[in-house]
Ligand binder design. Structure first.
Ligand SMILES: [Zn+2]
Length: 489
């Protein structure tokens, strides 16, 4: 027992001796054990108050939701080149002018693809009842060439990936319809990685048709790149390669992909496929750009943005009406609160993100010489689910410089910050040029259930969560446009 008593005494003596040495040396003990702590970065009390005002006003505003209702319900789907896309350009420009912004329409030539008839049925399969068919739910991929007007009939071969396609070889693919049956990984999406889950599946939509065509296929189908169980096909753009014939392509509902795979495992399956889309000459359209001039460094620009075009099946509420109205609201809040940031806040409603990214390309071309003055850019394009914080692309120091903002955002459950390799399609050219770019980190577990389907409608946006996104993006935009520090690049 005696040693037990002695040990603490010895320890205390040791600490006392060490401490007196530290005092003699004139240093505090903590300084010997770790490097000098840099004081945490702080914003001025005034800036903190202003950021909180912006955040609070957003959480109480219905401006963004009303704008989204108009875009989704009154204007509707806004595919590039469509009359609705033009109406949306004019509407957003007028609304930004109402806010007192300096508004420009910047011309972009966009692809003009128009959906036609799209029907399919299985006309021959194992144990088929006489004089019947099985209807297949599908939708043409954006950019697809048509089948003959009365359709084509061919056997369907099912593969799960590109390796299986190559293994079949030309002999077993030529003259047939190839179905890429790659499943969307909903569990990955549920775990917070909806983007990567989409990326894995969407590759077959993007380049599957050309891969099949190189082996002589007459049409290509892909299992819809998305979740949900309501027999909804998900459209989206395809990219024909230059070295392959262009063949018609469509996305089938997940349930119908399962049906075809099941029947094909038992024997021969034949399909009649009718797709009659048209590709018209490129059309004139516009990026809508609205500037709220900065008070001190008006030449420096902070972009806040979403894309105005949408697919034609639904009404473009989550993709990406939500992103556009969140950007509009950032400017609206600053007007409402009579706040004028040092730098210029630039609202951009991009055109043609979905099937060409011509808007982003045109902006990059026109403004390349001014990228040094592009302080930062934000894009929202993953719906309007509860935001958990924000993504940053650029130097990791960005997160340190924005930590005081993250502390404020934590009050709404949005204090997470992380570095990513890509924030948004339209701001990607800016990011590649070194401009720091940002996007909200959103709860996207259900986003790909509706994305690019007929069910992308206003009801899929929760008004409260839209307010949370507005609060996050407006606070981030205001901070970037007001902070005294420069961002590293
Ligand atoms: Zn989008």
């Amino acid at each position: 027992m005696i040693t037990v008593i002695c040990r603490p005494i010895r320890a205390i003596l040791f600490v006392l001796v060490l401490f007196s040495i530290f005092v003699m040396l004139g240093v505090a003990p903590a300084q010997l054990s770790r490097p000098p702590a840099t004081p945490p970065l702080q914003y001025s009390p005034q800036l903190v108050v202003e950021i909180k005002k912006v955040q609070q006003a957003a959480l109480e505003s219905d401006y963004a939701y009303r704008q989204l209702a108009h875009l989704s319900n009154n204007i509707g789907p806004r595919l590039s080149g469509s009359p609705q896309a033009q109406a949306a350009v004019e509407y957003v420009a007028a609304e930004l002018r109402k806010l007192g912004l300096d508004v420009k329409l910047e011309k972009v030539m966009v692809p003009h693809w128009v959906r036609g008839e799209e029907t399919a049925a299985l006309t021959d399969y194992p144990s088929m009842a006489p004089n019947t068919t099985q209807k297949i739910v599908l939708t043409a991929l954006g950019g697809s060439v048509p089948t003959p007007a009365d359709g084509l009939v061919a056997e369907v071969v099912v593969v799960n990936n590109f390796d299986e396609l190559q293994a079949l070889g030309r002999d077993r693919v030529a003259g047939k319809i190839v179905l890429f049956n790659a499943k969307f990984d909903q569990q990955l999406a549920d775990n917070g990685f909806a983007g990567p889950a989409y990326g894995q599946a969407v590759i077959y939509r993007g380049i599957g048709a050309s891969a099949a065509a190189r082996l002589g296929a007459v049409a290509a189908l892909n299992r819809s790149a998305g979740g949900a169980d309501y027999r909804l096909p998900h459209t989206g753009a395809l990219r024909y390669a230059d070295d392959a014939p262009k063949i018609p392509a469509a996305a089938v509902a997940a349930e119908d992909a399962d049906l075809i795979a099941h029947l094909a495992s038992e024997g021969k399956v034949k399909m009649r496929l009718v797709l009659t889309p048209q590709t018209l000459p490129d059309a004139v359209s516009y990026n809508v750009i609205g500037d709220l001039k900065g008070s001190e460094h008006s030449e420096q620009v902070v972009i806040v943005s979403g894309h105005l075009d949408s697919w034609d099946l639904g009404r473009g509420a989550i993709d990406d009406g939500a992103g556009v109205v969140v950007a509009m609201q950032a400017a609206q809040l600053l007007r409402q609160l009579k706040l004028r940031p040092k730098r210029t806040l630039r609202v951009i409603a991009w055109m043609n993100e979905e099937n060409g990214t011509r808007g982003a390309q045109a902006y990059a071309k026109d403004y390349q010489s001014d990228f040094a003055n592009h302080f930062a850019a934000i894009e929202t394009d993953l719906g309007a689910g509860h935001p958990l914080g924000f993504n940053a692309q650029g130097k990791p120091e960005l997160l340190t410089l924005l930590q005081p903002l993250a502390v404020i955002l934590q009050s709404q459950g949005a204090g997470v910050t992380r570095m990513v390799e890509e924030t948004g399609t339209d701001v990607e050219p800016l990011g590649a040029a070194g401009v720091p770019t940002f996007s909200p980190i959103q709860d996207s577990r259900t986003y790909f259930n509706y994305h690019h389907t007929a069910a992308d409608t206003l009801d899929k946006v929760n008004p409260r969560e839209l307010q949370e996104n507005c609060a996050l993006v407006a606070a981030l935009a205001y901070t970037l446009a007001s902070m005294p520090q420069f961002l590293p690049r």
